[in-house]
Design a protein around this ligand. Structure first.
Ligand code: FE
Ligand code: FE
Length: 183
């Protein structure tokens, strides 16, 4: 049900009776398509990063996060469903660039070195920070629009991205950065 408010913004009434700006809803869904594209591409990129890693610790961290990223994809599909929207992906230029950068690091470093791992961690943490920024904002959008169920799901993913960032820092600080500097 679309109506026009005084300001000329289109609004719609949601299931819970809240008035919702339909343009904002559309923007929100568009941004969900963007992060959906990003997550789907990460599912393919993380195993490549795992293969390129030198230390078994970093390989294991990438392996773990590949599984978690599959869950992020599923979670977003659930979000589209809850919003009554079709599941769709839209190219995320930022993630495409970050993954290109990760490939560049693999090309520029020697296999079997810890410099390679230090570089991979740098690339992976840039990705996690991008995801943290995205989910942090989308979570607030969902909250403001009265989609408590969607907000909960996005918050779950947000917490997982934050934990991944911390885990990568721990791997780096445990030995990689120090030994990479000595190589
Ligand atoms: Fe993710
Ligand atoms: Fe992630």
């Amino acid at each position: 049900m679309a109506t026009l408010t005084k300001g000329g913004n289109k609004t719609a009434t949601t299931k819970n009776g809240k008035m919702e700006n339909s343009e904002f809803h559309e923007f929100f869904v568009d941004e969900l398509k963007d992060i959906y594209w990003a997550e789907k591409h990460l599912v393919k990129a993380l195993p490549k990063m795992k293969k390129a890693a030198t230390s078994p610790e970093l390989a294991a961290a990438f392996d773990k996060h590949t599984q978690e990223t599959l869950t992020h994809v599923d979670t977003l599909e659930k979000v589209f469903e809850l919003l009554g929207e079709k599941v769709a992906a839209k190219k995320c230029d930022a993630m495409a660039g970050l993954l290109e950068e990760a490939n560049g690091i693999i090309e520029d470093t020697t296999a079997g070195t810890l410099i390679r791992d230090a570089g991979l961690i740098l690339a992976a943490q840039k990705v996690e920070h991008y995801e943290i920024a995205t989910y942090g904002t989308l979570r607030v959008f969902a909250q403001n629009m009265g989609h408590a169920d969607v907000e909960r799901l996005l918050s779950q993913t947000l917490e997982n991205e934050k934990a991944t960032d911390v885990a990568l820092t721990n791997v780096a600080e445990s030995f990689i950065n120090e030994r990479a500097a000595a190589e």
